[in-house]
Every structure is written in structure tokens, then in C-alpha cells.
Design a protein around this ligand. Structure first.
Ligand SMILES: [Zn+2]
Ligand SMILES: [Zn+2]
Length: 147
């Protein structure tokens, strides 16, 4: 995959912000897109490092924030409020239900929430590009184990 679309989105976002489109930023974007699962900033740093050890930790962190700003990535909270990142561009909105015990994470779509968001947008003339809903509890397996 060449990630042409995503690179274009990132590029025009950087331009709007008056920032440069650097090779390092693009490498970080590509590494991020190459992994389909939820990633922490450290996971991404390790991926990037394998390809280009010259890219520093801080650059990876800052670039991740930029990817969120460009709507290419979103920040999600998993077990113990660990911050992870996942792809946003071209992906459907979904929620994460997290077991506080074992960390099991289920991705789910709740159509009622999507229509509620649409209703709220319409009422207030807003276009929401992000919202967060925290769903945490005990999964079926852990529920059984603790009985
Ligand atoms: Zn569990
Ligand atoms: Zn997800």
C-alpha cells in the first residue's frame, strides 16, 4: 500500500498549520498506517526505530499529536487509562469496551449513539470530528472467575 490518500490529507493539514512536510513525519505516518491494531506511542516508536533509528522519541510523540489533529489517528483509552492510537481516516466510528480486569477490548458500533451524535450536530449546527465514550467494566470471563 502506498497510503497516497493519507499522505495527501496529512500534507494539506501541515500546510494549513504552517508546518513542513518532512520525510521523518511521512515515515512516522507510514509506520503508523502499517499497523492495524491499537498502538501506544512507544509501540509506534519501536516500529519507526526499526526503519529509521535517526528518528527520536519526541518526534514520534509530536507527530502522533499532529496525526490526531489531521483526523488520521484517534486517541483512545484502554485498560488503566493507557492511551493508544488507532487509524481514523477511512475507518468507521466505533466505541471500545474495556475489561478493567484483563484488559480485553471489544470494538463495537452503537448505531443509537451515531444517530444521537447526528441529532446533536444538527441542533447546534456543529460538525463533530471527535467524541469519546468510555465503556469499562468486567468481561464475561472475568465475571465468572471472580464468582
Ligand atoms: Zn476480563
Ligand atoms: Zn478501535
Amino acid at each position: 500500500m502506498d497510503y497516497k490518500e493519507e499522505i495527501k490529507v496529512f500534507s494539506s493539514f501541515l500546510k494549513r498549520r504552517g508546518l513542513k512536510h518532512t520525510d521523518q513525519r511521512e515515515e512516522i505516518l507510514k509506520a503508523f498506517l502499517s499497523e492495524e491494531k491499537h498502538l501506544t506511542a512507544d509501540d509506534l516508536y519501536l516500529l519507526v526505530m526499526k526503519k529509521n533509528p535517526a528518528i527520536g522519541h519526541a518526534t514520534v510523540y509530536r507527530t502522533l499529536k499532529l496525526l490526531c489533529g489531521a483526523n488520521l489517528a484517534s486517541e483512545i483509552y484502554l485498560k488503566d487509562n493507557r492511551v493508544c492510537y488507532e487509524h481514523k481516516y477511512g475507518h468507521r466510528a466505533h466505541e471500545h469496551m474495556v475489561c478493567v480486569h484483563c484488559g480485553k477490548t471489544i470494538e463495537l458500533r452503537i448505531p443509537e449513539i451515531e444517530s444521537l451524535v447526528k441529532k446533536v450536530e444538527k441542533e447546534h449546527g456543529f460538525k463533530l470530528n471527535d467524541y469519546a465514550l468510555k465503556l469499562s467494566g468486567i468481561c464475561a470471563k472475568c465475571g465468572k472467575d471472580t464468582k
